[in-house]
Design a protein around this ligand. Structure first.
Ligand code: AMP
Ligand code: MG
Length: 472
């Protein structure tokens, strides 16, 4: 049976101001390395033969109904405005309305040069492609909004990064690829016609109930507040929260030098290019607010009465920290097995986190072990945990179903960074079994999987990954 994708390309219909038409650049010898059958089914794709999948998802064969294009955007990178970015190594093949009724983008990443490539080669190498596949699928299984991974194709061509690396193309699936930066570029250029059309398009697509630019701003704020609280609750560090990597839909997007923490250290930074720690774990809520302020700045251009618009937008942005805080509280209350709010919960959580930092406790394993005798073993000073646990027991004893709440809120398995690195190393050597094992286990992160317990272990001292490189 032929590979078919039921495309319906609404973004392409928006007009050429928003993109450059650009087919993927064919690769030398495409080999399919991963295919996400469940996701393909959800998207309504007829999978076809492996050989055809390699051609389509490597970029050598443009499937019927696709209308490949590179999207235009700009953005603040590490706080500095870059007036033109855009898809420099990705093309949107098109969109499908999936079996759940939701519209989704299908994008090839690493698909060759585009008019927006600037100095880049338009390619990706296997390492970051595999990392994005595993981590985005794990994020989905953790219940946190995210883009997803449909396929990996190795290209048979080398790319030059920290050496010669095997090239690869990731097929990424997203609610859309609209970013804060997509709005910024039209605002910065004073192209209000496009900015208005984009605002209407984004609202219709993601938040059909909202009205006007301020309605969209509020909806993005709420979605981003939930997202950041989700990241914080699993110890995730995005690494490059630039405005061009901040999705309007509220999904996690653009997995670059990202990682999950092992020991709980709020200042943790992984990205080798984040010298100032701008995107450290504990800064993520503040950065999300900063990014929303950039969206607000863009949307304000649409109002004739600027002063009133600034006032309204400021109010919307200023409400965001409290929204993140309450989403965070809801998540962390759940992590302590608490279902209903009570006074003192916040202090109880903060106290545990402070003791975890001092005691170098593993973030994931500590929460997963709460309620068992193993929690105290996570601490350099177990007595410090015991002191905390007395108050927690007193507070949580009355919770009707504490054990179940704890298990549902605290994953046993996360994509630990040293495992990702080992998986990449194996893949580069042609061994994809660590990849298959990780994706299989991480598809059920809240389930006990006793045969897989070694995947729960934090890195041994010689395995610790201190930085993930941006040489993506
Ligand atoms: P990222 O840090 O991956 O979000 O990318 C930031 C910007 O750089 C985007 O406009 C990308 O399209 C562009 N970019 C990143 N890597 C490459 C590459 N290898 N070739 C061309 N453009 C790239
Ligand atoms: Mg990006």
């Amino acid at each position: 049976m032929k590979l078919t994708i039921p495309f319906d390309n609404s973004f392409a219909r928006l007009g050429v101001a928003f993109y450059a038409r650009q087919p993927p650049v064919p690769v030398k010898s495409p080999v399919l390395r991963a295919f996400n059958q469940d996701l393909a089914d959800m998207l309504g794709i007829t999978p076809g033969e492996v050989a055809e999948q390699a051609l389509v998802f490597g970029g050598n064969l443009v499937p019927d109904g696709a209308d490949p294009l590179a999207q235009l955007y700009s953005g603040h990178q590490f706080g500095n405005y870059n007036p033109q970015l855009g898809d420099g190594r990705a093309v949107l093949l098109g969109e499908v309305v999936a079996t759940d009724g939701m519209r989704r983008d299908i994008q090839l990443k690493g698909s060759g040069r585009t008019p927006f490539s600037r100095g880049g080669d338009g390619r990706a190498w296997l390492g970051p492609v595999m990392r994005e596949y595993v981590v985005s699928e794990a994020m989905h299984a953790l219940g946190i909004p995210t883009t997803r991974a449909l396929a990996v194709v190795e290209t048979g061509e080398d790319v030059i990064r920290e050496g010669r690396m095997p090239g690869a193309v990731l097929t990424r699936v997203a609610a859309s690829h609209l970013r804060v930066g997509t709005f910024q570029i039209f605002a910065a250029r004073g192209d209000l016609k496009s900015l208005r059309a984009l605002t209407e398009y984004a609202s219709d697509r993601h938040y059909p109930d909202v009205t006007g630019p301020m309605g969209l701003l509020k909806a993005v704020r709420d979605a981003q507040a939930e997202l950041i609280a989700g990241w914080m609750s699993v110890g995730f560090i995005h690494g490059v929260m630039n405005t061009d990597n901040c999705s309007i839909s509220g999904e996690t997007i653009d997995y670059g030098p990202c990682a999950f923490m092992d020991t709980y250290q709020p200042g943790t930074v992984f990205s080798s290019i984040d010298h100032q720690g701008r995107y450290a774990y504990s800064n993520q809520p503040d950065i999300a607010v900063w990014n929303l302020a950039q969206l607000a700045t863009a949307l304000i251009q649409l109002f004739d009465d600027r002063e009133a618009a600034v006032e309204q937008a400021t109010e919307i942005v200023h409400a965001m920290p409290a929204l993140i805080e309450s989403a965070w509280m809801r998540r962390f209350r759940g992590k302590l097995g608490l279902t209903s709010p009570r006074k003192g919960d916040s202090a109880l959580i903060d106290d545990l986190l402070a003791r975890m930092t001092a005691g170098q406790a593993d973030f994931t394993n500590t929460f997963r072990a709460l309620g068992s005798s193993r929690a105290r073993d996570q601490f350099a000073d177990p007595a410090s945990f015991d002191q905390w646990a007395e108050g927690w027991q007193a507070r949580s004893d009355s919770e009707p179903d504490r054990g179940a709440t704890l298990k549902a809120a605290n994953p046993a398995f996360i994509p630990r960074n040293h495992r990702i690195e080992a998986m990449i190393e194996a893949a580069v050597a042609g061994n994809f079994s660590p990849f298959h094992r990780l994706t299989r286990v991480l598809a059920h992160p809240f389930q006990d999987q006793p045969d897989e317990n070694d995947l729960k272990n934090p890195a041994e001292p010689d395995e610790v990954v201190v930085a993930t490189f941006c040489g993506t």
